[in-house]
Design a protein around this ligand. Structure first.
Ligand SMILES: CC(C)=CCC/C(C)=C/CC/C(C)=C/COP(=O)(O)OP(=O)(O)O
Length: 284
């Protein structure tokens, strides 16, 4: 019989803990940048955390058969550590909590968060195997900065540049997240956009979109007046260009893809921190 702690550990591992924590941290940093009150910020961070748990758990529940077929050692369901139904209960409960925690922040925020989650679940439910696999990532991450600005009392949508930057980072995340799984996916019939492009081209697209996202975060808040970009933004933009080059170089040298995904997540966090340090506003 499985112990409670082993099941909890399995559920946590199944929820894609790395991306869950990074996306949750991003919501916190952006909430600070948007000047959200402490209690509203905490509610938002908790809502985003549970929303991400629901995305990660449902992803593994849906992929269970395929992951078993290729004997994925990193998947608790495929290893037999937890059951598919446990993952579904966790995913459903987390989704409910995400929506309940979003509701006190206003109905526009609730709808925006629900839309971001529907988009992410649509990836899990089938879009991941199609040529438009990147679209849910663009929609979810395009909406993402607005979750922080809508959580503010003034309840505004984020500016266009923030949608563009979020969508661009979403593309980079998708392109690099699938890199380590290209062979397993080929065996189980998953042919999303990065699979069709091939590993090196996907890494190249990730690098270009990463740099584009960094440019939008640096120049967007100053209405693309290049001379007004603060020194700290230039500096962090330079670091992102370096990270983007590393992403391509790692692919060209045939290194395992997990590192590229971690590089993109690090860059996304850095860009959010840059926005806060430079005092850039998400709403103009
Ligand atoms: C739009 C969207 C899904 C946003 C969610 C943000 C994010 C990066 C979540 C991580 C969990 C996840 C669904 C990864 C993709 O799984 P996979 O099945 O491609 O890869 P896997 O084999 O590692 O589970």
């Amino acid at each position: 019989m499985r112990t409670i702690s082993a099941s909890t550990a399995g559920l946590w591992k199944s929820a894609h803990p790395g991306p869950t924590l990074v996306v949750t941290a991003l919501s916190g940093v952006l909430a600070v940048g948007a000047g959200v009150d402490l209690w509203r910020g905490l509610l938002l961070v908790a809502a985003v955390f549970f929303g991400q748990l629901s995305v990660g758990l449902s992803n593994d529940a849906i992929d269970a058969e395929r992951d078993r077929a290729v004997q994925r050692k990193d998947k608790p369901i495929a290893r037999g550590d937890i059951s598919v139904s446990a993952a579904w209960v966790g995913a459903g409960g987390s989704l409910l909590l995400a929506l309940l925690l979003s509701a006190p922040l206003g109905w526009v925020l609730l709808i925006a968060h629900a839309a971001a989650l529907v988009s992410a679940w649509s990836y899990n439910l089938g879009l991941k195997a199609t040529v438009v696999s990147v679209v849910p990532y663009m929609v979810t991450f395009g909406l993402f900065p607005s979750l922080s600005t809508l959580a503010h009392d003034s309840g505004q949508w984020a500016s266009g540049w923030a949608w563009v930057a979020g969508a661009a980072l979403g593309v980079a995340l998708h392109m690099t997240n699938v890199l380590p799984d290209l062979d397993d996916d080929a065996q189980t019939g998953i042919r999303g956009l990065p699979h069709r492009l091939g590993g090196t081209a996907a890494a190249a697209v990730a690098s270009v979109t990463l740099v584009f996202g960094a440019a939008a975060v640096a120049a967007g808040p100053v209405q693309w007046q290049i001379s007004d970009i603060p020194a700290i933004s230039w500096l962090l933009c330079g670091v992102v260009v370096l990270l983007a080059s590393v992403t391509v170089l790692l692919s060209l040298t045939g290194r395992p893809g997990r590192v590229q995904f971690q590089v993109v997540m690090l860059a996304a966090l850095m860009l959010a921190v840059q926005l806060v340090i430079s005092g850039g506003s998400l709403v103009h």
